[in-house]
Design a protein around this ligand. Structure first.
Ligand code: NAD
Length: 376
């Protein structure tokens, strides 16, 4: 099977596979074609790819010659005329944003493997690209906050007096949130955490954070490790408690999300006003509406002396390790599909493969995708 790796467009610095992962794919029996300069922004040269066993070619040829095409973001700016029926495209899909393109790809007869639809089950942990990228975002969010904050994170006792540690409030203790707890604690801050899933309480505590519980949270084990919508009464109680804790915080890292839905608004404009000037809010949920009412998607703003960071491309800002994690996750997914000799077997009776397949043979396959797009 010929596998093509595309160069990303726009400001994206990641690449789907770095040369290290290309070598692994070659050992699994696949031939690899890489678009010219695909790895440049992630500091991998064309000659590194050739050394790893790939051939380099221009974009049109990579698309036309490959049976499986890998990219970080879907190649929505390419004409679908360059693709042919039966080809398999594997990338993050962002199905709500790219709904029209997906429909055109379905009519064309492409098979789309959507890395953001990989089910969050134990067997798929090693393939979970969203978790890998959220790990990067949680790490970078705390570092950004620490560098903007006009105060130290750790406590200092020096000849110039005692400096109290910074207080960091983390909303949502999923992958990004827990990573943020770990990094903020390592930098010496006092960390408080809100989440609606009681399962994360022990994890927060074990990382040295204080879990603040709001009574009456709704949970659903069938949601596969994700949160569900909360009652209006719960939301009001939670907002009040967050307002209290926010006023005492120097930094808020927002990571709360319910997949496929608008992010819950947890930090109101009044709450922002109650914070100390110089404080920092990093809203990782910016692209799905933000956990803070004042966040502007993709922008960093200053409101009453408070930084509100709505950056949405943290993984692209750390392209080497983000691409390495991304590529490892793809290889782990391909391992369950590749047969001896390197041919791909799309076995839709496998829960992971079915859950990840957005479209195949002109049909929508993934149940979660159908729910997200309201397809009967
Ligand atoms: P996740 O699903 O693992 O975690 C989200 C957490 O939020 C869950 O623990 C959930 O229980 C909690 N939550 C949901 N509703 C809540 C509420 N009302 N109050 C408190 N907690 C609530 O998600 P993740 O993978 O950690 O990603 C977190 C966010 O980071 C997402 O919005 C994701 O899109 C974003 N992200 C941003 C970047 C970036 O560069 N900005 C990169 C990667 C991920």
């Amino acid at each position: 099977m010929i596998t093509g790796i595309l160069k990303e467009s726009g400001n994206e610095n990641r690449v789907a596979l770095l040369p290290g992962e290309v070598s692994v794919l070659r050992k699994l029996g696949a031939e690899v074609l890489v678009e010219t300069l695909a790895g440049k922004a992630a500091f991998a040269s064309d000659s590194d790819y050739v050394f790893a066993g790939a051939a380099i070619d221009e974009r049109r040829n990579v698309i036309s010659k490959s049976e499986l095409i890998l990219s970080v973001n879907p190649p929505v700016s390419d004409s679908l005329d360059f693709f042919r029926e039966g080809q398999i495209l594997c990338s993050v899909l962002s199905p709500v944003e790219n709904r029209e393109w997906l429909e055109k790809a379905r009519i064309k007869g492409l098979t789309i493997l959507a890395l953001d639809l990989i089910p969050r089950i134990t067997r798929a942990q090693a393939m979970d690209i969203l978790s890998s990228m959220a790990t990067v975002a949680g790490y970078k969010a705390v570092l950004d906050a620490a560098s903007l904050l006009p105060r130290f994170f750790p406590m200092f006792m020096s000849a110039s007096g005692t400096i109290k540690p910074a207080r960091v409030l983390i909303l949502g203790a999923g992958v990004a949130g827990l990573q943020a707890v770990a990094i903020a604690r390592k930098l010496g801050a006092v960390v408080e955490v809100f989440d609606v899933r009681s399962a994360v309480k022990e994890e927060v505590k074990s990382l040295g954070g204080k879990f603040i519980e709001v009574e009456g949270a709704r949970e659903d084990v069938s949601a596969g490790g994700y949160a569900i919508e909360q009652s209006d009464e719960f939301k009001m109680k939670q907002k009040q408690l967050i307002q209290q804790r926010a006023a005492a915080s120097d930094v808020i890292i927002c990571t709360a999300q319910i997949p496929g839905k608008k992010a819950p608004v947890l930090v109101l404009a009044d709450t922002v006003k109650s914070m100390k000037p110089g404080s920092v809010i990093v809203d990782l949920a910016a692209s799905s509406g933000g956990n803070c009412e004042m966040t502007q998607n993709g922008k960093n703003i200053l409101v009453n002396g408070i930084h509100i960071i709505g950056k949405t491309d943290y993984p692209s800002g750390m392209p080497t390790d983000a691409s390495r994690m991304f590529g490892c996750n793809i290889i782990n997914l391909l391992r369950i599909m590749l047969e001896k000799g390197g041919e791909l077997n799309l076995n839709l009776s496998d829960e992971i493969i079915k859950g990840t397949t957005a479209i195949h043979k002109k049909e929508y396959i993934s149940e979660r995708l159908k729910q997200m797009l309201n397809i009967k």
